[in-house]
Design a protein around this ligand. Structure first.
Ligand code: GCB
Length: 597
């Protein structure tokens, strides 16, 4: 799917602004006339923290957005498309009172062709109903009417049981981040000519000094001719080709390399009839070889963190300023990568990373597939999961910054090991079959009995989240290192590259202790110092992603004090002690050949 841009054939109208808004109930209403009053709300942004009112913060069910707009009559010969970059989690879109489209899944874009549905030059009413409910069919997974993820159900105590029955219906996430909802990303109307470029796919490769771009263009319409031109970063013509698909060879190509090297980008322009579209293309290769992941043929070492889209007031809403700041902080720290834990991020972040040379492990919204039951038999997210993978790859396939796909985070892999294997392997194969660049595929595994988990070891890169010294062997870093070493012996025998995609300790900024006590900044820094010593001894460990880049908001529970505090930075991006240690460490670790066998 192409990102909406303005070209000499395309217009973009941004519908961001203050919209009309009303909170609803569990069920979608039939008649919007029932809504008696609207109040202002900012779009794009989550609605939860825009008003300091409990029913906003902890809302359960549908919410309604309304926007009146007028399109100019000059669009009469154009194709007109309404595009939502992300509505969390389920959306029903109405135009002038009629359903125009529906979408399930809160982190990927969807488009509705409204050419025949809008009246140009007249006021149009756009109405968006948004459902924030999460359950066993959604991604991420929620547990409706169940015990809280971070709570204790105290079974059998009559008063507690009675209290549970008294509780109102609510969202109970099976994951550790706040269920921010609403129109979280941009809403735009864009136009194309009636014959238009529908999609572009590029596959870069390298042949000696030359760069190769294999491309294909999907079009709709009766035009015949397609011209593809490639320009260098100075705007000089590098190569030209004709036709729906082909191979472009760039002599003495400059490669896209991760920061601090140069992430060189070419501009690929496609002309089809009167339609024009242009795309940034980075020439780089990615492959797994033995226990290494190679970028441009060289063993790469991942330095960075798992992140969240999470900020004060906006919730999970688009925050471009914070994206720029976070990438800058990663660069200052000498980092080169992050994982889009635990869902696909806004497209602007990937564009920024293409430009800044930050490597992305691109994750689906499949988090929480577990929690007691056999999710592979008892939950119903299967078909949706396949759709999410298809749409994610379709959206992000051309980004040079995207180096690997993560099918999901911390599913149940141990107790129903064969069911888990069957489920995740069919998705692994799906992802490989869909990705034109055939990047490595993984699923991120939680702390489990790795000897019983038969799935993680079969992924292209093994990604493990480990909390030795925090959730287990708490406060005892000697025992934590001893235990981690035993597990690493196991992975060494598997012979594949391993990334520690999460490890960490909560530290409340400002809590200090002379001896490293849990929750202090000193304990957090000491934790990484000790665990990193273990990682440094193993050549097959090809990356370290502390959890989390910054403190983030999550839902109420007795395990969290004002959010998850495992950040290297606070939620306001102030450094903890850990940030200074990591900055020194990462700035002295090269991108390539950090560990040689
Ligand atoms: C995990 C999860 C992450 C949590 C983290 C924690 O394993 O993947 O979503 O936030 O642990 O801090 O507990």
């Amino acid at each position: 799917m192409l990102y909406p841009i303005m070209t000499d054939s395309r217009m973009v109208f941004d519908l961001s602004g203050i919209w009309d808004f009303a909170l609803g109930e569990e069920k979608l209403i039939d008649d919007f006339a029932e809504i008696k009053a609207y109040e202002p709300i900012a779009v794009p942004a989550s609605y939860n923290d825009q008003k300091d009112i409990n029913r906003f913060r902890n809302h359960y069910g549908w919410a309604y957005y309304r926007k009146i707009f007028t399109l100019p009559k000059i669009l009469k010969n154009e194709r007109i498309v309404l595009r939502f970059d992300a509505v969390t989690h389920t959306a029903v879109v109405y135009l002038n009172g009629k359903i125009a489209g529906e979408h399930k899944g809160g982190f990927l874009p969807f488009e509705i062709d409204i050419t025949d549905k809008v009246v140009l030059g007249e006021e149009q009413e756009l109405f968006v109903a948004v459902d924030n409910k999460i359950n066993h069919s959604t991604l991420p997974i929620g547990n409706e009417n169940s015990v809280a993820f971070f709570g204790s159900d105290n079974p059998g105590i009559p008063s507690v049981e009675a209290g549970k029955r008294y509780q109102s219906r609510r969202n109970i996430p099976n994951f550790d981040f706040f269920n921010f909802a609403g129109i979280n990303r941009s809403v735009r109307i864009f136009t194309t000519p009636k014959s238009y470029i529908d999609d572009i796919t590029v596959i870069p490769s390298v042949d000696g000094k030359n760069g190769i771009i294999d491309y294909s263009v999907d079009t709709v319409g009766s035009e015949e001719k397609i011209i593809v031109t490639v320009y260098d970063s100075q705007g000089e013509l590098s190569a030209i080709s004709n036709g729906k698909s082909g191979r472009i060879i760039i002599q003495n190509a400059r490669l896209w390399n991760p920061y601090p090297d140069i992430p060189y980008l070419y501009k690929l322009k496609v002309q089809y009839g009167s339609d024009n579209y242009s795309l940034d293309v980075g020439i780089r290769t990615v492959e797994v070889s033995g226990d290494k992941l190679l970028i441009n043929g060289k063993p790469f070492y991942f330095k960075g963190a798992g992140k969240h889209e999470d900020s004060y007031f906006c919730g999970r809403g688009l925050n471009l300023c914070l994206d720029v700041k976070d990438i800058n902080l990663l660069k200052l720290m000498g980092a080169n990568s992050f994982r889009t834990s635990h869902y696909p991020y806004a497209e602007e972040m990937y564009q920024l990373c293409d430009r800044e040379g930050i490597v992305i492990i691109d994750e689906t919204s499949a988090v929480g597939i577990g929690g007691g039951a056999n999710p592979y038999k008892e939950y119903s997210m299967h078909a949706h999961h396949r759709d999410v993978i298809r749409d994610l790859i379709n959206r992000d396939k051309n980004h040079p910054s995207v180096i690997m796909w993560s099918l999901g985070n911390e599913p149940e892999l141990e107790r129903f090991s064969q069911d888990a294997y069957d489920y995740w392997h069919s998705l692994y194969e799906l992802a490989h079959s869909l990705d034109p660049q055939n990047r490595p595929v993984t699923v991120v595994c939680c702390q489990n009995d790795y000897t019983k988990d038969i799935t993680t070891r079969t992924m292209d890169v093994i990604c493990i989240n480990r909390y030795y010294g925090w959730y287990n062997l708490s406060g005892d870093l000697d025992a934590a290192c001893y235990a981690l070493d035993i597990e690493l012996d196991f992975w060494q025998k598997i012979g594949k590259p391993v990334i520690i995609t999460e490890y960490g300790a909560d530290a409340v900024a400002g809590i200090h202790s002379n001896v490293p006590k849990m929750f202090s900044e000193e304990y957090q820094a000491e934790y990484f110092l000790r665990i990193n010593d273990c990682l440094d001894k193993r050549n097959f460990i090809i990356g370290e992603h502390p959890w989390n880049f910054a403190d983030f908001d999550t839902f109420d529970g007795c395990m969290r004090v004002g959010g998850n505090k495992k950040g290297i930075f606070t939620r306001a991006r102030e450094p903890k002690l850990l940030a200074h240690y990591l900055k020194k460490r990462w700035n002295s670790i090269p991108n390539f050949n950090y560990k040689n066998n």
